[in-house]
Design a protein around this ligand. Structure first.
Ligand code: 13P
Length: 259
């Protein structure tokens, strides 16, 4: 029996500010008194340093329970890459996780599986925990390509990073059609894909498959979370819209605690 802890991760996308972090920390300080779940907040990278300082100065008891992360990073370590932020820079300002391969990065910023695999490598080289996002579009689901698409996304990570790639990583299943649409996957749909992902990892390493957290993301909210989190291969959520409302985010953490 695995001892996987739930992880509730906030992906603010291009939203939020230091004040939102303050509201969330105030809301969570009584929820995270024990260590029964892990919580992660991924603000826009510019805010990481200020939010880290706020956490350490004003919410000391939370600071070893609540982690900070970034939403992307450069595939490069340093050099003439205008506008980029390296893993080392993000780490210096408090990030311990980085979301890689979010579907918005893939679709809107042309990140291919190869680029995502490089970014994943950049995380590992800095000791940052990548949260690899995988998921199919509606068209891919309707044409029964879901598993093939996800398998390709996972395979390209392994080709670049080796069979141990997922030993220090999180995977998030985020069906593109469920992101920001209010239409989440059903718990059965989520479980089916999560199981497929865990089986993929099991072919590389049974231990890693047992330990790796597989999050579900896509219109998670307090009314659908309990059913989704109850699935055997769902280990928490990657939360967009509902992470911007401190009361809802706290509720999601409470649901994970009792799941
Ligand atoms: P929503 O929760 O807003 O659907 O966003 C999900 C997501 O993309 C998290 O990374």
């Amino acid at each position: 029996m695995s001892s996987r802890q739930y992880l509730i991760a906030a992906n603010w996308k291009l939203n939020g500010n230091t004040e939102l972090a303050n509201e969330i920390f105030a809301e969570l300080q009584n929820t995270l008194v024990d260590n029964s779940i892990e919580v992660l907040v991924c603000p826009p990278a510019l805010y990481l340093g200020g939010i880290q300082a706020k956490l350490q100065n004003d919410y000391q008891p939370l600071s070893d329970k609540l982690k900070l992360g970034a939403q992307t990073l450069s595939a490069y370590q340093q050099g003439a890459y205008t506008g980029e932020l390296s893993g080392a820079m993000l780490k210096e300002f408090g990030a311990s996780y980085v979301i890689v391969g979010h579907s918005e990065r893939r679709a809107l910023f042309s990140e291919s599986n190869q680029v995502v695999a490089e970014k994943f490598a950049a995380c590992l080289s800095q000791g940052l925990m990548p949260i690899l996002c995988v998921g199919e579009t509606l068209e891919e689901r309707e044409t029964e390509q879901t598993f093939a698409v996800i398998e390709q996304m996972l395979t390209s990570i392994v080709e670049r990073n080796g069979v141990e790639a997922f030993a220090n990583a999180v995977i998030a299943y985020e069906p593109v059609w469920a992101i920001g649409t209010g239409k989440s996957a059903t718990s059965e749909q989520a479980q089916q894909v999560h199981k497929f992902i865990r089986q993929f990892v099991a072919k590389l390493s049974a231990v890693t498959a047992d330990n790796i957290k597989i999050l579900y993301g896509g219109s998670v909210n307090p009314s659908n979370a309990a059913e989704i989190f109850a699935q055997p291969d769902v280990d928490g959520g990657l939360i967009g819209g509902a992470s911007l409302k401190s009361a809802q985010f706290k509720e999601l953490c409470e649901i994970a605690k009792s799941a």
